[in-house]
Write a protein that binds this ligand. Structure first.
Ligand SMILES: [Zn+2]
Length: 205
């Protein structure tokens, strides 16, 4: 059985200082870590807040996924949409897959759950078929909004330093890729998905 929030807090502090700052360790020593250790310190660990504040799309809060889907739709079928964001970021391409219906991951009906599995494979395959893309990283956090949204980060080939989980941070640090290239690659992925999976790629912006 998991620890209670208070038990987790007490345990996680370990030998933190009096402000609740734990020591640098593990990830900060990785070769892929984006920051130098010198001068870096961990923010204080805040006490648990129970119950947590509602996310967008629950407890009466507006839902972006239902009311105002972000960015431009690249591809869709009756049940899902694949989108990009308005502004490019450091990764060559970042996309989001979400159901059109208001479901979180654990609420998906069996048919949508099965379709999601296939879509993750087909979108990843389309991304990794782009020249210069080594990997499609897939992630679902869901702490901001209750409407399921899966991220796909295209990791450029030739950069061992950009491997792994820190790429989501590098995406925010690196200068944005040119918009016209990002949009063209996004449309290529949509056309590949239309070909391999079905659904419809939408016209490029
Ligand atoms: Zn929703």
């Amino acid at each position: 059985m998991p620890l209670t929030p208070e038990e987790f807090y007490a345990n996680a502090l370990g030998d933190a200082d009096q402000d609740g700052r734990v020591a640098l360790s593990r990830m900060t020593g990785w070769k892929i870590f984006p920051f130098e250790r010198e001068g870096l310190r961990v923010v204080p660990l805040l006490r648990p807040e129970v119950p947590e504040a509602p996310r967008r799309g629950e407890d009466g809060l507006a839902c972006g996924g239902c009311d105002a889907p972000l960015g431009g739709t690249l591809w869709e079928n009756e049940r899902w949409r694949l989108i990009t964001f308005g502004e490019p970021s450091g990764a060559p391409l970042v996309m989001m897959l979400q159901p059109k219906g208001h479901y979180d991951l654990i609420d998906l009906p069996e048919d949508l759950a099965a379709e999601l599995g296939r879509l993750v494979v087909h979108v990843s395959r389309a991304l990794e078929s782009l020249p210069g893309i080594a990997r499609a990283h897939v992630s679902r956090w869901g702490d901001g909004g209750a409407h399921l949204h899966l991220f796909f980060f295209a990791r450029p080939s030739g950069f061992p330093q950009l491997r792994g989980t820190c790429f989501a941070i590098w995406d925010d640090l690196l200068a944005p890729v040119p918009r016209e290239m990002r949009d063209a690659d996004a449309h290529t992925v949509a056309l590949t998905l239309e070909s391999s999976f079905g659904g419809s790629a939408t016209a490029p912006p």
